[in-house]
Design a protein around this ligand. Structure first.
Ligand SMILES: Cc1cc2nc3c(=O)[nH]c(=O)nc-3n(C[C@H](O)[C@H](O)[C@H](O)COP(=O)(O)OP(=O)(O)OC[C@H]3O[C@@H](n4cnc5c(N)ncnc54)[C@H](O)[C@@H]3O)c2cc1C
Length: 484
């Protein structure tokens, strides 16, 4: 049962800040949508935006930092509710590691606040700028998914407001079903206004990291099988250009927590975590993406992948101690690097496949797109476990994510190739896709992936909580909404 409190109790008492017309973009730069952007700084402001939408018969999408690759935080010609000013830390207990924050607080804000007290978020995505609200709405996972689960496994409670202005408290004890539907519910059942998270105790700001070179896809699976019982984090990188016997060759990073740090006072500080702002003391890191630009093409990326494999193979076996931030947020090393992929953008195709079927599926998705002229410039391999969210993407198995350079000229062909793989290879093998990264699913395919029961239940909850469909996104209309 869903318990609610009327919005009479919390009538918006603040004037609504003026909205401004703006164009929002998916992180992959392939999806754009114009709309009115509102940036409230209080929960009452959120209610006011929702009321304005109801009165003007417009729809609203909540948006965090816009780090989802596709169109889940877009809402063409309607309202975008930017949550980034709702970013206060509301409560912190350094004894228990329990923190309560507003949804616009970012992963970076979170770790900076708690690290010195010896606490780290139990699950983080590969970039630190996403908001916690966005992380919750997409149910993010980290490089420890097989071990720690997704953020749903660590959330103790959340507050949200529905499209009708009702306040709902969610927790494992109170509304557990709704908690599992809104976490991963891509903002379509309500807008989070706060969340309470249990963090992980750490005694050092460093991780022991060792790299292992693998010569084939079979060796990649074998490496994960052998290291997963003892590692705290595992991440595999694959050279997407390698073919034949070398198909799937790459590097595996095996990381464990450090328990004998001689200087925890130093390593548990933000200063020890971050890279310097300049490289070689003179080149601003913020300009490095310009140096990447000339190599973002098939010839350049083939060479980059080959060099990376060769360099990694040479280093293989050596243990280094790496700050958490540098290990987890690899994507933040070169700020704005995605701009090097313009013109065009990044289409990420990430498939999650049950253990027993993953080798055959991954072989097919590494072979098929290059045969049609589309080679992934970046390919990443991870180990997962299933979770209890209603629109679950994770499985007891593995994921492979492929970043394709999509230009206007290539997009249709790439889309055809990947859609063919989805229907003919991935779904028959029990595979799933992650809505935060998806650009391709249509309604029948999403239903086939998630199952009738899950989609029907989600839409039933949507009818109860948001009968007028005030909360909508481009992704919702594309992949989830009931046909009308
Ligand atoms: C370089 C890179 C690396 C990444 N690595 C990983 C990874 O390792 N693991 C992983 O799981 N993900 C990863 N992601 C995906 C990213 O973590 C998710 O897309 C996350 O949701 C982004 O948060 P955001 O604040 O940018 O949300 P947005 O992209 O702005 O929004 C995401 C969704 O959340 C909803 N939403 C936002 N705020 C609220 C709110 N307050 N209430 C209700 N709904 C809300 C939006 O409507 C939308 O559906 C990566 C993304 C990038 C770009």
């Amino acid at each position: 049962m869903i318990t609610t409190a009327s919005d009479q109790d919390v009538r918006a008492s603040v004037p609504l800040p003026p909205g401004s017309f703006g164009v929002a973009e998916g992180w992959g730069m392939l999806h754009r949508a114009a709309g009115d952007v509102y940036r409230p700084s209080t929960p009452e402001g959120v209610l006011a935006v929702l009321r304005l939408a109801r009165e003007s018969r417009l729809s609203v999408v909540p948006r965090g930092s816009g780090y989802s690759y596709g169109d889940t935080a877009l809402n063409a010609e309607n309202i975008i509710l930017d949550t980034t000013r709702l970013n206060r830390i509301l409560d912190w207990n350094p004894e228990t590691g329990i923190i309560r924050l507003e949804p616009g607080a970012t992963v970076e804000q979170l770790w900076r606040y708690t690290l010195e007290d010896g606490w780290w978020p139990p699950v983080v995505p590969g970039a630190m700028h996403p908001t916690l609200g966005g992380c919750l709405a997409t149910n993010v996972h980290g490089k420890n998914n097989w071990k720690a689960g997704t953020i749903l496994d660590h959330i103790l409670a959340a507050e949200m407001v529905t499209a009708g202005g009702e306040h709902i408290s969610l927790s494992r004890e109170n509304n557990p079903e709704l908690l599992g539907a809104t976490v991963g519910g891509v903002g379509m059942l309500g807008v989070f206004t706060s969340l309470t998270l249990r963090l992980e105790r750490i005694s050092s700001g460093l991780l022991n990291v060792r790299e292992e070179a693998v010569r084939s896809l079979d060796e990649m699976f074998a490496s994960f099988r052998s290291h997963s019982p003892r590692a705290d984090y595992l991440i595999g990188w694959i050279d997407g250009f390698a073919t034949g016997h070398d198909l799937g060759r790459g590097l595996v990073q095996i990381a464990t927590h450090v328990h004998d740090d001689p200087e925890p006072g130093r390593t548990l500080s933000a200063r020890a975590q971050l890279l310097p702002d300049t490289v070689l003391g003179i080149i601003p890191r913020s300009r490095l993406w310009l140096a990447m630009k000339p190599v973002v093409n098939d010839v350049g990326m083939r060479a980059v992948n080959r060099l990376r494999y060769a360099a990694g193979s040479k280093r293989a076996g050596r243990m280094t101690r790496v700050p958490h931030v540098q290990f987890h947020f690899f994507h933040d090393f070169v700020p704005g690097w995605k701009r090097a992929w313009q013109p065009g953008g990044i289409l990420q195709y990430q498939v999650f496949v049950p253990r027993e079927n993953a080798p055959a599926v991954f072989r097919a998705i590494l072979e098929e797109p290059p045969a049609h002229g589309f080679t992934p410039y970046l390919a990443v391999f991870k180990l997962h476990r299933a979770d209890a969210s209603l629109l679950r993407y994770s499985v007891d198995g593995y994921s492979l994510s492929l970043d394709f350079h999509a230009t206007e000229r290539h997009y249709a062909g790439l889309q055809r190739t990947l859609t063919g793989l989805t229907t003919d290879v991935v779904l028959p093998a029990g595979g799933r896709f992650y809505l935060a990264k998806d650009s391709l699913l249509d309604r029948p395919t999403a239903r086939r992936m998630l199952g009738d029961d899950a989609v029907d239940r989600f839409l039933e909850l949507k009818r109860q909580l948001d009968p007028d469909e005030v909360l909508q996104s481009n992704l919702y209309r594309r992949a989830l909404r009931a046909p009308r």
